[in-house]
Write a protein that binds this ligand. Structure first.
Ligand code: 5AD
Ligand code: SF4
Length: 472
């Protein structure tokens, strides 16, 4: 079989990263190999995101650039997948003559057949059918690459919450949880092949299993915790309204679960929260934060904020800032509100000007920078458990070859903070390795990372990554 080259451009969230892996794995089975240079590819796919206007513009600007490539190389196949594909469907084909196929969020299984059809007889395909359930085969997840330590695993798709600003329920469909047995067997196979950390993905993992009467989310976490060879478990995202006491307790009872929760608050104003259809108040949100910290004092809490939602007054915004100051999030993702197709808030009155939205965003960034700096400074001198993920960016960029003590590594704390570190003189066990747990003393702090030296390599976690599986 002739080797055909596949280039995938992934825009958007971790779920899209997972979906791109799924796409690649399905196409490897029909003879494609992944290529990292777009100009070398026979097939170019863009996996798109439409959560905010900016992400959608990014997709169209990449697609625009591909028009010239297609003119120079007429046999090139170009396709659009993901949320923009679902949302725009036929319109993309009409607007852009160089696009061969548009496949929506629930059509991944049908992708290989579509490509094979186009290969045989050039034609244009639009498939945005959401009525068929994704057929998952147990062995679909791609084997890890050498030195890969951490993977995302989607446990549910879609969303039933209908926050008024959000396009997800329209482009990803209704909430559907995957079968726990399939999830567990996928994770087991990743762990056997060297993965040490798993992040479970869903738009609202807290409601996992409830609709289909599968096991609940805390039970799923406990079952995954029992998988031998797995060191760390994370999940994202949690809707505050569904964060149960049972789930909060798992931060104590599930030993591999990392001390981090991403709990998007979106706004600190009860008026705005009601119009967003979030179904909690600032008081309820703060109660959950208190409960989390009582149960797990070390927990890192991160969040999402939208500024400039229609009708957000200065007073509403001040409430958001007051909540940020009260909670002291470890980090924040803040976004300028944008109208999305199908999302009801596009029709709400009281649009905030672009200038004012930018001003509010900057105020959130400044406030959070101050809080993060305070939290990071407080970590100076502490010893943190870190899972080694690889060489630090600096080490790679500068292509350094150095004495083992000076090699610069990178990894994350349980609270998901990036730590760059060296082996250091006091580390007796001179064997920092990708996939091992090490203890790092924090010596310096930066706005987005920490810096330190290894104190010990954890003997309890000395299973060198993939010893068996990478023998080949
Ligand atoms: N405008 C701005 N931000 C949005 N988000 C979702 N929809 C919009 C929108 N229309 C943000 C929310 C969500 C995150 C993933 O993206 O904060 O939590
Ligand atoms: Fe969108 Fe709300 Fe669902 Fe999150 S919970 S995906 S913000 S509708």
């Amino acid at each position: 079989m002739k080797i055909k080259k596949l280039y995938i451009n992934t825009i958007g969230c971790q779920m899209n990263v997972y979906d791109s892996e799924q796409i690649a794995e399905r196409l490897h089975r029909i003879g494609y190999v992944t290529e990292t240079r777009v100009e070398e590819a026979d097939l170019v796919i863009i996996n798109t995101c439409s959560i905010r206007e900016k992400a959608e513009q990014k997709a169209f600007s990449f697609l625009g650039r591909l028009a010239k490539m297609k003119r120079d190389k007429p046999r090139l196949i170009v396709g659009v997948c993901g949320c923009v594909a679902q949302q725009e469907g036929q319109k993309i084909i009409e607007r852009m003559p160089h696009i061969d196929f548009v496949l929506g969020t629930q059509a991944i299984d049908r992708l290989p057949a579509a490509i094979e059809r186009i290969e045989k007889h050039p034609c244009r395909i639009v498939d945005v059918d959401m009525s068929q359930v994704i057929q998952e085969s147990a062995d679909i997840s791609a084997p890890p690459k050498p030195h890969e330590v951490s993977r995302f695993v989607t446990i549910m798709r879609g969303c039933d919450n209908f926050c008024t600003y959000c396009v997800v329920p329209y482009v990803r469909g209704r909430e559907m949880s995957r079968d726990p047995e399939k999830i567990i067997s996928e994770i087991k196979s990743l762990v056997v092949n060297g993965i040490r950390e798993i992040t479970l993905l869903g738009q609202n993992v807290n409601s996992y299993g409830q609709k289909q009467d599968l096991c609940d989310f805390p039970t799923l976490l406990k079952q995954i915790n029992d998988i031998d060879g797995l060191f760390r478990l994370r999940f994202t995202t949690s809707h505050p309204k569904d964060l149960s006491d049972d789930l909060i307790d798992t931060f104590q009872s599930v030993e591999k679960l990392c001390y981090h929760i991403h709990l998007p608050v979106q706004s600190g104003s009860n008026d705005v929260l009601a119009r967003m259809n979030r179904r909690y108040t600032r008081e309820k949100y703060l109660e959950k934060v208190i409960r989390l910290r009582e149960t797990c004092p070390e927990i890192a809490i991160t969040s999402d904020i939208i500024v400039g939602f229609p009708g957000e007054t200065r007073a509403d915004f001040e409430q958001t800032k007051a909540l940020i100051e009260r909670v002291e999030f470890d980090s924040l993702f803040a976004f300028i509100y944008s109208d999305r197709p199908s999302a009801p808030s596009g029709r709400f009155k009281g649009k905030v000007t672009e200038k004012e939205k930018k001003q509010r965003l900057q105020e959130v960034f400044d406030l959070q920078a101050h809080i993060t700096q305070k939290i990071h400074s407080g970590m100076k001198g502490t010893v943190q458990e870190v899972l080694v993920e690889g060489y630090s960016k600096k080490q790679v960029d500068e292509n350094r070859s150095r004495a083992p003590e000076a090699v610069q590594w990178t990894g994350r704390t349980t609270g998901n903070k990036i730590v760059n570190f060296v082996q250091g003189d006091s580390c007796i066990d001179k064997s920092v390795e990708v996939g091992k747990m090490v203890h790092v003393r924090i010596e310096k702090t930066f706005p987005h990372s920490l810096w330190g030296s290894v104190v010990t390599c954890d003997p309890g976690h000395s299973l060198a990554k993939g010893e068996e599986s990478y023998a080949a």
